[in-house]
Design a protein around this ligand. Sequence first.
Ligand code: SAH
Length: 230
Amino acid sequence: MQGEDDDWIGPWEGGAAGPGQVTRAEFVLMLRRQGIRDRRVLAAMEQVPREIFVASVGRREAYADHALPIECGQTISQPYVVAFMTEALDVAPEHRVLEVGTGSGYQTAVLAHLAGHVFSLDRYRTLVEGAAERLATLKLDNVTVKAGDGFLGWPQEAPFDRIMVTAAFPEVPQALKEQLAEGGRLIMPVGPEGGVQELRLLEKTPEGFAERRLMAVRFVPLVPGMARAL
Ligand code: SAH
């Protein structure tokens, strides 16, 4: 389908698509094959140009199904994990969503296609500034990003219908549980730094939290406090 721009992800590089370049259709097919079924999630993943969030690698690499390094020693999650977490969170157009761990802003952009508004914070100013620029380039105006400590959440904007944490810690921070609306959902990798972590999905009910364990994952750690440098 060479020549039909809208069938390819992102801008053309050098005019023509070479062999092995990934099309939007192939990227979505890969996610479908891995079990992602939610059409809204697949459509959101299709619309966000992943290559602008991982500028240091080539376009082909950007769409490969693995995590990649970003600035400040952090990582952007593999596409399948982004899609899986987004699907499990079940985000609707009226939802206010809190994301802890903006990183590159890729996951933020995917959430912005599904939610009413996304509030996202990261402990590195550099990352927040870079993410804000990319999100503005994509004209996603239903997003607010700021530098902040995820352990404190974002009390001024609480409660949230959905919360996604993209960094791991041995337990879900108390402030985040408190800032979740009743009936709301929270997803987060729980476990030690560098060890086996498990994605947990919490639902806030009148009786307390219902918890499901979804799958083993490996995330960078949630580190208390703002980063001093960078
Ligand atoms: N979702 C991101 C990847 C995040 S990597 C993406 O799509 O690119 C995890 C992020 O969590 C890192 O950027 C790290 O700086 C951030 N982080 C770690 N501890 C934090 C804390 N206490 N508060 C806010 N962000 C934190």
